[in-house]
Design a protein around this ligand. Sequence first.
Ligand code: PGA
Length: 240
Amino acid sequence: MKKIFAANWKLHKTPAETRAFFKSFKEVSAKATGELVFFPSAISLEAACDTVKGSNIHIGAQNCYAQNQGAFTGENSAQVVKELGGDYILIGHSERRQLFGETDGLIAEKVAMVQNLGLTPMLCIGETLQEREAAHTFRVLETQLLLGLAKADKSKPLVIAYEPVWAIGTGKVATPEQVAETHTDVHGILTKLGFTAPILYGGSVKADNAPTLIAQPHVSGFLVGGASLEVDSFIKIATV
Ligand code: PGA
């Protein structure tokens, strides 16, 4: 399975900051040992797509609506992302689920629509601390995959990002044992459902924990938040 190193910039970096980042990142991007994907905020997408043209860097949006156009004030269209030159859409990030009330049903519609446009959905799944402590992790992930992929096409590209909610932005990275066990479970669930997809780990990934985590079974790369905002820290992760 190919490796993927993805950067989730959340609500950081203006268009000017985005251009400046890629100007210097392009000088080191050839060193990456896998595919590079950046998710800038929607308003910085055009600046990102323009600046990375002709390089090995892929761009995607952090979210889109389940329709391409219409009376949906404030939403973003995957069709526009495609026109700008993006080829990924992040779907169902835990911040979307928790802060913006996204349901598995809506997520399933987005996954299908993105695939139908010829873009690759990167579907995020993950359990809360409470769910892990109650030994519900497997059931939560199984449900998120079953429902989130309910309308997905098994023959089209798909990427899964496993991000334990308690590890996102907290500095509390999952242990290598937890990552090994959970990625093996996620791989098993996907196989049972008939899907083949790279499974990325996300949640406080840094240059110092990346080498151990990438060595775990069924870990095909990372989805990185905080450590993706600086060229130096992200390229260290993308060269493990
Ligand atoms: P983090 O964020 O690396 O800052 O924990 C990961 C994510 O939210 O995708």
